[in-house]
Design a protein around this ligand. Structure first.
Ligand SMILES: Cc1cc2nc3c(=O)[nH]c(=O)nc-3n(C[C@H](O)[C@H](O)[C@H](O)COP(=O)(O)O)c2cc1C
Length: 267
């Protein structure tokens, strides 16, 4: 050890290195926060467009923004199944431009506790207001994009179910977050499986929820074919989770009343 290399000097250098590094990390977090938020928002927009069949990965960020701006955001009051009026939102202290449904689902004052019999998607609580995106063309409702989520085998799957303007025909389904096993439950992201959804009918002639995932392959000749989706092979538990969450969100506690209004042409 040279006479300059003392224990206190070593500790001082280590301390200064720690300070410099923490300043660097903290500044990176602060400086990149805006970019992270923008990317998160862009990602959400892409997922909403993808569910509605409007994004295939080739569009630029600007095009995504422009397409997304054609959508109208409404908050559906899950207590009534109707679009929440300004009065209802004001009474609940909700600002539509700042509303975050996933945060709200964890906030007892902004969410509804589900009892176990109705909680078929295993989500425990649901946000009172759901962020639903409407796309009109010349005043005609073209797409209704509905946030959905529910438990699979290992994780909660979060995604969007898009419906045609008739309120019953599926336009697409896509999950943007889950932790199912790649190659098994993770096949929910497989474009071939996702291609099975468009054209299926969410409701039967009596207006009851009918869309579901079966075990095995759908027999195209069966009466149920129009409501049924092939299960993922080797991943029946995730498939059941998807089936349950679809049943929940198309059901009474989900968007059944709202979609009935869509089918009646009232939206
Ligand atoms: C390591 C591991 C990961 C698994 N991941 C999943 C999964 O993500 N989703 C799923 O449904 N099944 C998964 N399984 C399989 C389930 O335990 C179960 O066997 C399967 O869902 C039954 O589906 P099948 O009747 O189509 O074979 C996994 C099994 C193992 C050993």
């Amino acid at each position: 050890m040279s006479h300059k290399e003392t224990v206190s000097r070593t500790l001082l250098v280590a301390f200064l290195v720690c300070i410099v590094c923490s300043v660097l990390v903290a500044s990176a977090v602060v400086l990149l926060k805006d970019d992270q938020l923008k990317n998160k928002q862009l990602d959400r927009q892409r997922n909403i467009l993808a569910a509605a069949g409007l994004y295939d990965g080739t569009q630029s960020n600007q095009e995504v923004g422009e397409l997304f701006n054609r959508f109208e955001l409404v908050l559906v009051d899950m207590e009534t199944g109707l679009v929440a009026t300004d009065d209802v939102l004001a009474a609940a202290g909700v600002d539509i431009s700042k509303y975050d449904q996933r945060k709200a689902a964890k906030d007892p004052s902004l969410s509804i506790k589900l009892d176990s019999a109705e909680d078929i998607a295993s989500i425990k609580r649901q946000a009172r207001f759901s962020q639903v995106y409407l796309l009109r063309d010349d005043g005609q409702l073209e797409s209704v994009v509905l946030p959905v989520h529910g438990y699979g085998l290992w994780s909660t799957l979060y995604g969007y179910l898009a419906m045609e303007g008739d309120g019953s025909t599926v336009k697409g389904l896509g999950f943007y977050e889950h932790a199912e096993t790649p190659g098994l439950g993770g096949e929910v992201d497989n474009p071939k499986w996702k291609a099975l959804w468009p054209g299926k009918l969410a409701y039967n002639d009596a207006g009851e929820p009918a869309l579901h995932v079966i075990k095995g392959k759908v027999d195209p000749a069966s009466a149920d074919a129009v409501h049924a989706i092939d299960g993922l092979s080797g991943a029946t538990l995730t498939s059941n989770g998807v089936s349950n969450l679809i049943r929940f969100w198309t059901g009474e506690r989900g968007y059944q009343t709202f979609l009935q209004r869509v089918r009646e042409g009232a939206i």
